[in-house]
Design a protein around this ligand. Structure first.
Ligand SMILES: Nc1ncnc2c1ncn2[C@@H]1O[C@H](COP(=O)(O)OP(=O)(O)OP(=O)(O)O)[C@@H](O)[C@H]1O
Ligand SMILES: [Mg+2]
Length: 127
């Protein structure tokens, strides 16, 4: 899967941070990501927490009920467009402003955080 950080989802701005949490299965990624998001939110930062796991469960760590978590609509692929750069590399960029994506698909969660889901598998394909 393509990392949202590499796609220009959140363009660098003065005073903004992008933190990616990755690692081995069951090593505490979701716990660390959710706790960090909530701590930063409590300190007054505006936090957008993106769950890019195909089996997402960051929502619960961000204080949402399991029912609400199950009903969160993932960001559709159509918000991204692919382009080939001068070096022949395929790059993905947002087709709409990130504020629009957050307003449309973001779910308010605990401690001044907003959750975005972008990894859920919509349907199974052929093997
Ligand atoms: N510091 C910790 N000490 C003890 N248990 C922890 C710690 N951090 C996380 N856990 C527990 O370990 C388990 C796995 O944590 P978590 O779900 O955050 O991992 P993950 O890397 O996101 O897993 P996955 O790869 O399945 O998404 C959970 O039951 C969690 O409560
Ligand atoms: Mg996890």
């Amino acid at each position: 899967m393509c990392s949202p950080w590499a796609t220009g989802w959140l363009t660098p701005r003065e005073g903004s941070m992008k933190i990616a949490v990755a690692g081995k299965g069951g090593s505490g990624k979701t716990t660390v990501a959710g706790t960090l998001a909530r701590l930063l939110g409590r300190r007054g930062h505006t936090v957008v927490a993106i769950d890019a796991d195909t089996n997402p469960n960051l929502a619960v760590t961000l204080g949402l009920s399991r029912d609400v978590a199950a009903s969160v609509q993932p960001v559709p692929r159509e918000v991204m467009r692919e382009q080939v750069d001068a070096a022949g590399q395929t790059v993905r960029t947002l087709a709409v402003p990130h504020e629009t994506v957050i307003a449309r698909y973001g779910v308010p969660a605990a401690d001044n955080t907003t959750l975005l889901l972008m990894g859920r598998v919509a349907h199974g394909g052929a093997g």
